[in-house]
Design a protein around this ligand. Structure first.
Ligand SMILES: Cc1cc2nc3c(=O)[nH]c(=O)nc-3n(C[C@H](O)[C@H](O)[C@H](O)COP(=O)(O)OP(=O)(O)OC[C@H]3O[C@@H](n4cnc5c(N)ncnc54)[C@H](O)[C@@H]3O)c2cc1C
Length: 305
């Protein structure tokens, strides 16, 4: 069966996909969101996060203009929020990537970060200062540090729920339990649609543009071994079980050029040399590997942050 009622098909329904869907609808496109997971497992890895955001700003007065617009005067008077400059953001990015970040993409991210927050707020996503995690109390005031100081109300779950409310309000269709498995091209290799798999079987959906926002290969043991190396199949994934690398495969199948760091693993929780929390490959892979060899046997466990 082939349908042709959408301009844009967005693959995935995590934070990236839902933002893309809202942005496309804002530009008057007819949008369909395809989500591999059933509705009961919605939200991808985005759902598991604290919903913390890093973005550039000039301090409290600045963010209160269009991001933290719900704060009372009394709450504002209890906070000290240092500015987060472009240069600081850039230095942090380069530090955690060993200076390997693509310069152009880094600045695109940095310069888009402040408007993105105001844009999200304009679509009904509410934010709070991270009082519990990212501040310390001095003389009755919360002093914030570290750069990730603002979170979505309700964390990652709250972020997704708020975005889904917006998606519904804008009349964007979502099909859960429907995985995109291939990109359709015409004779001149222009992408004209997507092949999907659901309980009902296989189908083709025609459209003018496909946005792949369906995570990385973190849930796929075979791809983890392929790109990260031996042993990575034994990790337990802390987030969604649905990010199987299908978006990456679909893109490669039609000739996309592999780019960036495919074998990267960034220790983020390194209290022990044996304990690693990683973000890996072209997608996000936050997992924890603990090969603490009791009795000489590797022992792999998921840890909570
Ligand atoms: C425990 C934890 C805490 C984290 N905390 C933070 C934090 O506080 N702040 C932060 O910035 N980052 C955090 N991260 C990282 C963050 O989760 C990711 O960077 C972010 O969620 C990626 O968003 P995404 O929309 O690209 O992917 P996801 O949210 O993973 O969404 C991908 C979606 O695509 C769907 N999908 C996959 N394949 C297909 C297919 N073939 N067809 C259709 N749909 C498909 C999946 O089911 C999923 O819903 C955390 C991660 C974890 C696991």
């Amino acid at each position: 069966m082939s349908t042709n009622q959408y301009d844009v098909v967005v693959v995935g329904a995590g934070n990236a996909a839902l933002c893309a869907a809202i942005a496309a609808r804002e530009n008057n496109a007819r949008v369909l969101v395809l989500e591999r997971a059933p509705e009961s497992e919605k939200g991808g890895n985005s759902y598991f996060t604290a919903g913390g955001f890093r973005f550039t700003h000039d301090g409290l007065d600045d963010v209160c203009k269009d991001v933290l617009i719900d704060l009372s005067e009394a709450e504002r008077n209890q906070m000290v929020l240092p500015s987060h400059t472009r240069q600081f953001f850039y230095e942090q990015l380069m530090e955690v990537t060993n200076n390997q970040s693509d310069e152009d993409l880094a600045w695109l991210l940095i310069d888009g970060s402040r408007p993105a927050m105001a844009w999200l707020r304009s679509h009904g996503i509410r934010f709070l200062p991270m009082f519990g995690r990212q501040s310390f109390l001095v003389d009755g005031k919360h002093h914030f540090y570290g750069g990730v100081n603002i979170e979505a109300v309700g964390g990652g779950a709250g972020l997704i729920e708020a975005e889904l409310r917006r998606v519904e309000k804008l009349g964007i269709d979502i099909r859960y339990g429907t995985a995109a498995i291939g990109l359709i091209q015409d004779r001149s290799r222009v992408v004209t649609g997507v092949t999907v798999r659901s309980k009902e079987g296989y189908a083709e959906i025609q459209c003018k543009a496909v946005i792949l926002a369906c995570g990385g290969f973190e849930s796929n043991p075979a791809m983890r071994v392929q790109y990260l190396g031996q042993g990575w199949d034994l990790c337990r994934v802390r987030g969604t079980r649905h990010n199987m690398g299908e978006g990456i495969k679909m893109a490669l199948e039609i000739g996309a050029r592999p780019y960036g760091n495919w074998s990267g693993a960034t220790p983020a929780n390194g209290t022990s040399p044996l304990r690693r929390t990683v973000t890996a490959g072209p997608g996000q892979l936050p997992e924890t590997l603990l090969p603490a060899g009791r009795d000489g046997q590797p022992e792999l466990r998921a840890l909570c942050r």
